[in-house]
Design a protein around this ligand. Structure first.
Ligand SMILES: [Zn+2]
Length: 289
């Protein structure tokens, strides 16, 4: 997706990120790693380019789903999401220029999501003993239904989704905590809802790692959103709603992912996604990470 390269270019051009701060995953994830979350049958069908028509339709990319380019890109995204979390554990804070494919379920993909990178990353780090309680905080405008379903009933992963009640998916799953907002919700109500939910979860669940899906599709101009956040609202979501600040203030490492965002002009969209990284860069200095 061109927008991910645009985000990378924007961040370097505006000086938010120094080239020395950019990390590239050394290798694609193994089949074994993907199968910690997904069924071997699904992993093999996707990775061999033989996924059936019904599941391709549900993902939404059409025949290109079977292309080696999309297979490699999808696996690279998972590798990047895991690397970001590893860097967050090491340094306290790290952000990806992609990631957040939260509509992917164990046996099938959905809504442009094929492999659930957030779920794979959480599962790998838990199995390796590098984290014991992972919060997946999802403020994309669409419910993180795949993630919620994968971790349903789990005590070591907490799924928190703040989303538009009337938006995709029509059939919602049950997260550990869902905050469903009415159409047209604006900056103040959105930020207050995120802050209230997050504060409570940090106190009660006490995660030792936060995977943060910072989708920008709650923006008022997003093609698939139904909420009414402004650019200022997105900035405040990261700072004043204290998504990043709350976690870092509590000494909890945060890995940030760009999540969803839909706009015909990819330059506009990339600039919108960069609010996550700008907020992270500011806090990086404030917390002397
Ligand atoms: Zn979305």
């Amino acid at each position: 997706m061109a927008v991910f390269a645009n985000i990378h270019r924007h961040l370097l051009a505006e000086g938010t990120v120094d080239p020395r701060q950019v990390h590239i995953p050394p290798a694609l994830p193994s089949r074994e790693l993907l199968c910690l979350v997904h069924s071997p049958e699904y992993v093999d069908a996707f990775c061999s380019g033989t996924l059936d028509q019904q599941r391709m339709r549900r993902i939404g990319f059409g025949e290109v789903t079977r292309s080696q380019t999309l297979i490699d890109r999808t696996l690279a995204e998972v590798a990047g999401t895991l690397l970001t979390a590893e860097l967050a554990l090491e340094h306290g804070l790290a952000c990806n220029t992609a990631g957040g494919t939260h509509h992917a379920f164990r046996d099938y993909g959905s809504g442009f999501c094929i492999i659930n990178d957030l779920a794979v990353t959480a599962e790998v780090l838990l199995r390796q003993g590098r984290a014991s309680r992972v919060l997946i905080l999802d403020v994309d405008v669409h419910q993180g239904d795949g993630t919620a379903h994968i971790f349903s009933g789990r005590q070591d992963v907490f799924t928190l989704s703040v989303h538009a009640a009337s938006n995709f998916p029509a059939r919602k799953q049950t997260s550990h905590l869902d905050v469903a907002l009415p159409d047209g919700t604006g900056d103040n109500a959105f930020c207050a809802a995120v802050a209230e939910a997050l504060t409570g979860v940090l106190q009660t669940f006490r995660p030792d790692l936060v995977l943060y899906d910072a989708g920008v599709d709650p923006h008022q101009d997003d093609a698939l959103g139904r909420l009414s956040l402004t650019d200022d609202g997105l900035r405040r979501r990261e700072l004043l709603a204290r998504v990043l600040d709350s976690c870092l203030g509590a000494g909890i490492p945060v890995a940030g992912y760009v999540g969803g965002g839909y706009h015909a002009d990819l330059e506009v969209l990339a600039a919108r996604h960069c609010w996550l990284h700008r907020a992270a860069a500011a806090l990086w200095h404030d917390y002397r990470l």
